[in-house]
Design a protein around this ligand. Structure first.
Ligand code: ADP
Ligand code: MG
Length: 707
């Protein structure tokens, strides 16, 4: 960035030390460049004046402007608790304005019978329009002021920032910043060639920056948005595609040419069911990668219960048939143990040795795993994060599978690839389907396989939403199911900030369930994250063996647990869960041949978004549909566990749910540019390089960072 853009905002008129500190702390703005790189998220048409009678509930969270006369004013209360209210009217109605701060100051400035322009966010209170802390200006002042644009941008803010810098003041600051930039032609230098701009009908970067803040017309605003989204996604694509290109240039990758003993024997003699068409296809795709001479990086997406484990296991047999070791890393102890139990059984009698290693492995188990893996005696190692510890040394690791990959951080995943000098083949599996646009961004350099078919005989799960007031009906239903010999999950939410509270929910729930389902007729097991691993295992084991009818749990059971006899999933306070989590939880049932049910319990009060989530859950079992919807409801920053694992992924203007078209054209452009200049070293690509470098820290599964 050039001089002007690097200048600190505190030197901007109207800012000063205190506001500068606040800007940096609250929204990360330190320089003029930072300020101008935050685009408005909404615009209001300042040329529009509302009639008071036209304001109703539908306008509640938006800004309106009214032209009105003051007909009454009074200060109510004393000292710190006082407030100032003003009654105003226009020819169509009356409204009330209220101030809780700066009461004395504002009271002196508002005169009875004078006409004002008022601007703010209305609320309807007992059928009456009321605005708290509006902007207010004598009408002559408002009408005579020259404005840069009749669209006023609204910038995202925070509680404390908005107290120090009003909507209008923010607008002025941005304008002052732009004035500095306007006289310095080296700021916002054009990174795109004229040719590229012409081909895509793009306005210049400077025009775009100006119009995004001060749109000269609705048309100009659209062009500005398009241009800035284009730059942003081009930056993203340059990052992703460069890594892919250099990976391909590096080559390498073991060749697993043989389909041998282990695979064939298992396939012919031990496969417990016929593979679905989708499973067969994916195994073929994996095998094709493994013999290609290029290191495989494949993402396997498949809805919960679609049978990814079998695909993982059979492809691990391919590795062992070719003399290589394989490992699979799962996010939880429970899941690793379950994989181990299954795989050890399946591997019996086919000459493949399986071992397990987790954080709570006892000395002997640990020794068997560590020694076996170092000597080459163990062919398949199953485990949790423990696999990435330094003392785990493989003799020749050829294949790594990561289950439920979104549960792991980037570094954790990357550490596994370094377990071998040559990078092993990699399969990452996820049951949280990712919409196509997001996959193109997060996993731009992965091949993608999809299992889009469930094993036969599964009945679609029926999902219902019950309010807490219908608890008794839910209890009755659970009793019926248990009487039929089925088992039930009851899940309570866990919220990070207040774990104590959460366990209180769970324990209160346990107590009330114990009353509704008394011993000895009913047996209840409890399982949550804070328990000792042994106790957790014991509870799970009890449930798996059918020795408990009800398993009360927090979302620790979210991932992968497989108990085919469980037919009901009750989710308490389900409004507190995200859509993908709800879907994951629901996937714990419907695994056997019986009809299964998911019951979403909620309180009476639901937010609009919460209601939308529950309706979506009740209307479809399709994880891909739900993930598209989730993306729309929440925005991409939040989706796919990017937030829970603390990985930064933020776009400032492009929207992954709706901008797939721009994503595709920028991908093509990025490939064309990189084809000639992978590292963007040429003189004419220097500005593109800056664009790219903004997204360097972007998270997606990456294999080149390790070298
Ligand atoms: P996920 O994809 O969620 O990891 P799993 O691999 O745990 O699913 O499989 C879910 C259940 O379906 C398991 O009980 C598994 O044995 C069973 N299963 C997998 N593939 C098939 C198949 N082709 N036919 C019948 N059952 C299958
Ligand atoms: Mg699984």
């Amino acid at each position: 960035m050039t001089g002007v853009l690097n200048r600190e905002v505190k030197y901007l008129s109207g800012v000063g030390e205190a506001r500068a500190r606040l800007l940096e702390r609250e929204v990360g703005v330190r320089t003029i460049g930072d300020l101008l790189s935050r685009y408005p998220y909404r615009y209001i048409d300042r040329s529009r004046v509302f009639a008071i009678s036209d304001i109703d509930e539908t306008l509640e969270s938006t800004y309106v402007q009214i032209r009105c006369r003051v007909v009454g004013k009074s200060i109510i209360g004393e000292g710190a608790k006082s407030r100032f209210t003003v009654e105003v009217c226009d020819p169509t109605g009356v409204a009330e304005l209220t101030w809780f701060r700066g009461v004395k100051w504002i009271e002196k400035r508002v005169e009875l019978q004078r006409e004002y322009m008022v601007f703010g966010r209305p609320q309807m209170f007992k059928g009456r329009v009321s605005i708290v802390h509006p902007e207010i200006e004598p009408i002559e002042v408002a009408l005579s002021r020259k404005v840069e644009s009749s669209f006023q941008g609204i910038y995202s803010t925070t509680e404390s920032l908005s107290q120090a810098i009003s909507v209008k003041m923010m607008h002025t600051l941005v304008y002052n910043a732009w004035q500095l930039v306007a006289s310095d032609s080296s700021a916002f230098e054009e990174p795109l060639s004229e040719d590229m701009r012409r081909r895509h009908g793009l306005i210049t970067l400077r025009e775009a920056i100006y119009n995004i803040h001060f749109p000269q017309s609705a048309e100009r605003l659209k062009q500005a948005q398009y241009r800035l989204k284009f730059d942003e996604l081009l930056g993203v694509q340059l990052t992703i595609q460069a890594r892919r290109t250099s990976r391909h240039q590096r080559g390498g990758g073991f060749r697993f040419l043989r389909v041998g003993e282990a695979f064939n024997t298992f396939y012919r003699e031990k496969l417990p069911f016929a593979l679905t068409g989708a499973q067969q296809r994916v195994i073929k795709e994996i095998r094709a990668d493994m013999i290609s001479g290029r290191q495989m990086n494949r993402l396997l997406q498949g809805d919960v219960g679609s049978g990814k484990t079998m695909v993982a296991f059979m492809s691990m047999l391919l590795a062992s048939d070719n003399g290589y070791q394989a490992c699979i890393m799962a996010p939880t102890e429970i899941l690793a143990r379950q994989h181990y139990a299954n795989m050890a059984r399946m591997a019996e009698g086919i000459g493949v040795t399986v071992a397990i290693l987790t954080g709570s492995s006892k000395a002997k188990e640990r020794r068997v795993a560590l020694e076996g893996i170092a000597s080459g005696k163990v062919d398949i190692l199953i485990g949790t994060h423990a696999l990435i510890e330094d003392r785990v040394k493989f003799s020749n690791l050829g294949y790594v599978v990561i289950d439920e990959q979104h549960r792991f951080g980037v570094e954790q995943r990357a550490k596994l690839w370094t377990k071998n000098l040559e990078p092993p083949h990699i399969l990452v599996m996820t049951a949280t389907p990712i919409p196509r646009t997001l996959a193109m961004t997060l996993y731009g350099d992965l091949e993608v396989s999809v299992i889009d078919e469930l094993p036969p005989g599964r009945k679609p799960i029926r999902t219902y939403h019950y309010y807490d007031s219908s608890r008794l009906r839910m209890i009755g239903f659970l009793r019926e199911q248990i009487a039929l010999g089925r088992q039930v999950y009851v899940v309570y939410p866990l919220i990070k900030e207040s774990e104590k509270m959460d366990y209180k929910d769970l324990y209160d729930g346990f107590e009330s369930m114990s009353r509704d389902f008394p011993l000895p007729k009913y047996r209840i097991a409890v399982c949550h994250g804070k328990m000792k691993p042994e106790d957790k295992d014991a509870a799970m084991e009890q449930f798996k063996r059918g020795q408990a009818d009800i398993l009360i749990a927090t979302s620790v059971i979210e991932v992968g647990v497989d108990v085919p006899n469980a037919t009901v999933m009750v989710i308490e306070s389900s409004e507190r869960f995200g859509l993908s989590q709800l879907h994951q939880l629901r996937g714990r049932v419907g695994r056997g041949g019986e009809q299964s049910y998911c019951i979403l319990m909620t309180g009476d009060k639901l937010s609009k978004e919460g209601r939308a989530r529950l309706e979506a859950m009740c209307s479809t079992n399709d994880g891909f549909k739900l993930s598209e919807l989730d993306l729309r409801l929440r925005g991409a920053g939040d989706i796919h566990g990017t937030q829970q694992s603390g990985e930064a992924f933020e776009l400032s203007i492009a929207n992954l749910a709706t901008d797939s078209q721009i994503m595709e054209v920028t991908r093509e452009e990025a490939l064309a540019i990189l084809d000639k200049d992978v590292n963007l070293e040429r003189v004419e690509n220097q500005l593109l390089r800056r664009l790219r470098d903004r997204y360097r820290r972007m998270d997606y599964i990456d294999f080149s960072d390790i070298s």
